[in-house]
Design a binder for this molecule. Structure first.
Ligand code: HEM
Length: 270
């Protein structure tokens, strides 16, 4: 079933009967499958509640305003070459010495579930980095969730650059041109897969006036790009801060903007 209406999308996302599609639980240690079986994003019920609590506690230690300043500074330092900046800034704030290419290598498979020798090797390498205990998975989860979605938001916002304030630009980009297009659930009772079409729901004419028009002055609007209900993105403030910091810097160095192109290989889920 594909959900395109905003009201129905909200109802599914708020209903505990619908859970993320289950992931395998029998993968060998330090492989992609092993990692996916241990994170909040793909778990449900009590395991999800407990893992999500740990994520929220960790996120509460990170100040979005500081992330924004650091993302701005890092982008300026790199003369506008912003790719990798959000992940680098987040990793530094968490104290995780994870190189951006390694996070990127794992992030693709983390979301899609596609297990390859390459992604398994990258997961093993991530877990060889210094650090120990349950917080390692919490910190790596944050980096893996953050990477593609935040870069996708920035890249998409840059295609609409044109004088609007950063806040309005990011908010309307999230609604009109979200970095992730769908999210999935499974009905626990029947096993039926439910695909929530975020692009369609964010342009539902019952909720958004003139929905096809990109309007950075639209103001607060109930887009679903950060999810909703049982498991919305716990880091929307952090994501917005990282993206805003990069845009702050690019506005200070506008010549960099001309080299931007839209994201063409956006990931489906976040
Ligand atoms: C523009 C950037 C981002 C977008 C659009 C986004 C969106 C989302 C969405 C829609 C979900 C829920 C998925 C679902 O319900 O199926 C989610 C989950 C999550 N996001 Fe984000 N996210 C972004 C950035 C970030 C960042 C920067 C972080 C970390 C600092 C982060 C951490 C997480 C985590 C840990 C979860 C899993 C929550 C759970 O399992 O309950 N996200 N995100």
């Amino acid at each position: 079933m594909i959900i395109t209406r905003h009201v129905e999308a909200r109802a599914v996302l708020a209903d505990t009967r619908y859970v993320p599609p289950p992931v395998r639980q029998d993968a060998p240690p330090y492989t992609l499958g092993w990692l996916r079986a241990r994170v909040s994003r793909f778990s449900s019920g009590e395991a999800h509640a407990e893992r999500r609590r740990a994520l929220e506690e960790r996120l509460a230690e990170l100040d979005p305003a500081t992330l924004r300043r650091r993302a701005r500074a890092a982008t300026l330092e790199r003369d506008g070459d912003w790719r990798g900046v959000p992940t680098q800034v987040l990793a530094a704030a968490l104290g995780v010495p994870a190189p951006v290419p390694l996070v990127e290598a794992v992030a693709a498979g983390y979301l899609s579930g596609e297990e390859t020798p390459g992604t398994d090797a990258a997961v093993a390498e991530l877990f060889r980095l210094p650090g120990d205990g349950p917080s390692v998975i919490t910190d790596l989860t944050l980096l893996l969730q953050a990477h593609a979605a935040t870069e996708g938001l920035i890249a998409n916002a840059l295609t609409h650059e044109g004088g609007a304030g950063v806040k309005g630009l990011l908010r309307e980009t999230l609604r009109h041109d979200p970095p992730l297009k769908v999210t999935r659930r499974v009905d626990r009772a029947t096993g039926e897969e439910v695909v929530i079409d975020l692009v369609a729901a964010n342009r539902d004419p019952a909720v958004f006036a003139d929905p096809e028009r990109f309007d950075a002055s639209r103001g607060e609007c109930p887009h679903l790009t950060f999810g909703h209900g049982v498991r919305p993105c716990p880091a929307s403030a952090h994501a917005l801060a990282l993206a805003a910091g990069v845009l702050d810097a690019l506005r200070a160095a506008p010549r960099q903007l001309t080299s931007e192109r839209p994201v063409s290989d956006q990931r489906e889920d976040s």
